[in-house]
Design a protein around this ligand. Structure first.
Ligand code: P6P
Length: 335
């Protein structure tokens, strides 16, 4: 049960921690939350409103866009472009930066998001999510926001969050003072604080990886998974469980709730790609949340939040979750 704290009340109290935050931050988060409520409504209607299936277009990643990818991107834009808190937005679904239209005032923040992560799962009714990250607009970007303005290491994030459209719609947030989870009460249309101060157990017996890529993994990941599969009789001396939902938001939420390690490592499947997941709107926001919950997040060779981005849609290897387990994988990369 909960004590009825609404997310609005929580954010206003949270804002007091943020250096230099005016009502801007609270109002910006409220606009993001509105977009998430609208997306939850659309996703939960599913096939009833006939927006499943392909949009017949490709995104910058060369991935076929689902109709819902395009619709949810539009929802985010419309909900966040008018209020004067942002200088620009960037999204998995848009090739370039989206500058705030001239008829609206510009603000001091940047918003980067994946409006519907795991969207290939929508057609088969498996949980999907939204991931977002808020950055400060450096210097001149309020007038001429460029992609360069977004290329800040993840440690610069002001706030990061995800929405999980699952059996219930949840919103999980951090602005650098721990991680808190909220559940949407559809009867009142408000997110209620249900999971205060979420923390990830330091140890785990559950790993998540797409095992069909096994032959492409680098040796340290091969070793880690082999040892996990060897179980009690192997070098780890304990049996492991495995999960793979193919929806990063669902995997990260499970890890926040009960621990685990999630890996989408660098593989040799496509040597041109440093991994599958995108740094700015998947790896960085999720890494901020995971670290704030006491977990760790690495490429295997460096802390993800320290990576200096070199492109809006840059990909990185991701190894995140229970701190001691991530550190084991990092140690194998050093061997
Ligand atoms: P694969 C979804 O498309 C996504 O970006 C993440 O949410 C998910 O973890 C991963 O890709 C799934 O990738 O190769 O297993 O389909």
């Amino acid at each position: 049960m909960h004590n009825g704290t609404t997310i609005t009340q929580f954010i206003i109290e949270e804002q007091r921690h943020i250096q230099g935050a005016s009502g801007d931050f609270t109002s910006l988060l409220n606009d993001i939350i509105t977009a998430i409520k609208v997306i939850s409504n659309v996703v939960n209607k599913g096939a009833l409103i006939g927006v499943m299936g392909s949009a017949g277009s490709e995104n910058v990643q060369g991935e076929t866009q689902k109709e819902l990818d395009v619709i949810t991107n539009e929802i985010f834009i419309k909900s966040n472009e008018w209020a004067g808190h942002l200088a620009a937005m960037a999204s998995e679904e848009m090739d370039d930066v989206y500058p705030i239209p001239a008829q609206y005032p510009r603000g001091k923040y940047l918003l980067v998001f994946d409006p519907l992560d795991g969207s290939s799962n929508v057609d088969v009714n498996i949980s999907v999510g939204t991931i977002f990250s808020i950055l400060r607009c450096p210097g001149e970007c309020a007038t001429h926001p460029s992609a360069q303005a977004f290329l800040q290491p993840g440690v610069q994030q002001v706030c990061a969050g995800y929405a999980l459209y699952g059996s219930s719609t949840m919103l999980v947030l951090t602005s650098g003072h721990g991680v808190n989870g909220f559940t949407l009460d559809r009867d009142i249309g408000e997110f209620i604080l249900t999971h205060p101060n979420m923390t990830i157990p330091a140890d785990t017996k559950e790993f998540a990886i797409n095992a069909s890529n096994q032959r492409f993994w680098e040796p340290p990941v091969q070793r880690y998974v082999e040892e996990a599969l060897a179980g009690k009789t192997g070098p780890r001396g304990k049996d492991f469980n495995m999960r793979w939902v193919a929806s990063m938001v669902a995997e990260v939420h499970r890890i926040l709730m009960r621990g685990g390690i999630f890996m989408y490592p660098k593989d040799t499947k496509d040597p041109a790609k440093a991994g599958k997941l995108r740094l700015l709107y998947e790896a960085n926001p999720m890494s901020f949340i995971v670290e704030q919950a006491g977990g760790a997040s690495s490429t295997g060779r460096e802390r993800i939040l320290d990576v200096q981005p070199d492109g809006l849609h840059q990909r990185v290897p991701v190894i995140l979750g229970s701190k001691n387990e991530v550190e084991t994988v990092i140690s194998y990369h050093k061997d």
